[in-house]
Design a protein around this ligand. Sequence first.
Ligand SMILES: NC(=O)c1ccc[n+]([C@@H]2O[C@H](COP(=O)([O-])OP(=O)(O)OC[C@H]3O[C@@H](n4cnc5c(N)ncnc54)[C@H](OP(=O)(O)O)[C@@H]3O)[C@@H](O)[C@H]2O)c1
Length: 386
Amino acid sequence: MKNIVILGSTGSIGTNTLDIVSKFPDQFRVAGLTAGTNDAKLEEQLRLFKPAAVAMADEKAAARLRARCGDVTVRILSGAKGVAEVAGLPQADLVISAIVGGAGLVPTLAAIEAGKQVALANKEPMVMAGQLMQEKARARGLRIFPVDSEHSAIFQSMEGHRREDIRRLILTASGGPLWNLSREQMQQVKPEQALQHPNWKMGAKITIDSATLMNKGLEVVEARWLFDVPAEQIEVLVHRESIIHSLVEYRDGSVIAQLGTPDMRTPISYAMKYPERLPLDQPSLDLAGIGKLTFFPPDHERFPCLGFGYQALRIGGTMPATLNAANEVAVAAYLQEGIGFLDIAEVIRATMEAHQPHAVVELEDALDADRWAREKADALVHARAR
Ligand SMILES: NC(=O)c1ccc[n+]([C@@H]2O[C@H](COP(=O)([O-])OP(=O)(O)OC[C@H]3O[C@@H](n4cnc5c(N)ncnc54)[C@H](OP(=O)(O)O)[C@@H]3O)[C@@H](O)[C@H]2O)c1
């Protein structure tokens, strides 16, 4: 029996994780859950899964939850401190890190510092402070298990192979909902259209990141730190069908890939139960039925955000944290229809250009860059506001 904590239990990854828990009650017990503002959903979850503690980042939402849950034996914590405390619950064996954005950095590090195994969906902390997170995990003998489908595919394709034999990691990208649009058409795209991902049902922020291809830029940085492979050995391949989740090429020319129908429960369950595989009820992959898989090189002109990921990695230090924060601010502004779709990339570009990078030696370095970049990006958003 594994005791698990889910950071971000009310989100897309969080609810998929709980779906797995509910199908395998003899294998997992929920020790703790956290959310941001959605107290109604967290209430539903805590009544069903009976964790010892929950936390809500939003104080008002936590107060509402406390007012309604007097009849339940559960500790209800609040604020960033409460979320970090649940991340390090003494009884937890595994923490599923599934908060969206940089807000997940402090609690994910809290889990690592408390000696917990981490299954990482929340890629933004790896972008902000990947080296630091890995150093802290290694110092405690911990391994960070990838949940992102591409990184899970690479992880699975590396099993039993030597890291020094790797020639390239190839991350596949669906291309998102706007792959076929011209730049002129993209600028007119409303959030409702950009939120229609062709293959995956995910939270709003990552769906917009998929539309700009920033998601792939963030994933390149994530892969660099998860697998300790330099940026020059990480490539991106557009594969519209999202059947091949990623590939690893070895120096003898062999390419090993992981395939499957797009369903996040596969990579989530692999990270939860590694090295075992859980008997999920996914339909078998019908390659004959699919008939054809297609591949394209990424288009850096229409999708400059992918290049920003490589650029931030090359510059290093606080630049990836800056990239991430500027993206979060720009995506939030786009979702509120404050700026146009193409403005997202322009806000990121201008924020990165204005940043003076320095080394990330400790957590504060990444958090300072994050704060600086949010202010800068916010000012840029206001200057462009419609
Ligand atoms: N969805 C996918 O299929 C997928 C695939 C690969 C990787 N990922 C990564 O996994 C992470 C989660 O994605 P998602 O799609 O599941 O996002 P989501 O559906 O938007 O859920 C985000 C979760 O984080 C919580 N949250 C938001 N802001 C918070 C804050 N300031 N403090 C604490 N908790 C906060 C939310 O709580 P409320 O509900 O209360 O707001 C919710 O539980 C992202 O980093 C994403 O890139 C997702």
